[in-house]
Write a new protein. Sequence first.
Length: 230
Amino acid sequence: MNIIEKSCIEGALNFIQTEKIITVVQLSRLLQSSVITARRYLKSWRAYTSYNQKGLYHTLPSIPDFDENGLWVYNSVRFSRHGTLRDTIVHLLRHSKAGMSSNEIGKTVELDPSSFMHHFRDIPGVKREKLGGRFIYFPDDLETWTKQKEERISLLLRLETPISDAEAVALLVQFIKHPGASVEDLTAMLTGEGKRVKPSAVREFLERHDLLKKTPDSGRSAALKGTSRS
């Protein structure tokens, strides 16, 4: 490394320390090099690349003050300790308690979810399922997904339910234990526990949270309706 090259590198590093962020074009000018060479330096410095602004900005590992989610923003340019936006969302999902809706994800990464969530419908590491009338994203690990799904359903029960909290919790427990049970079966189980809940209330609850399709009696009811119409 000659004196001029060393001076250019030191100048570039000082520039980044002062300005906090830099584009590859700016760096190539400071290094008096090609863009390809500038990218090589960024890689050797293990620089972070912004997950917004089309990935135009970079910063040194020593600069960001990441929050508890591993995120940092400077002048509306956003960086993640986890790398790309995809890797960041997969990390957030793995460490969430009850999965995340697109709005919850967007709020966390501070981006409009409509601008990127369509890319997450079918990618490795992410599982999408409709609960409570909206899509919820989970990590695709079976054990983690199961725990988070149960917590999400429990959360939905606590937030809005036409039946009492105790009845809702009891219904949730029986639904998880007996996923193939009919509305009548679930009602009988609750009755056996001393809960006075009508089948119509159980059905309305399951329908509202998009769970009725998983109970076999809904299919039988549809078949009966079809028979009656014929």
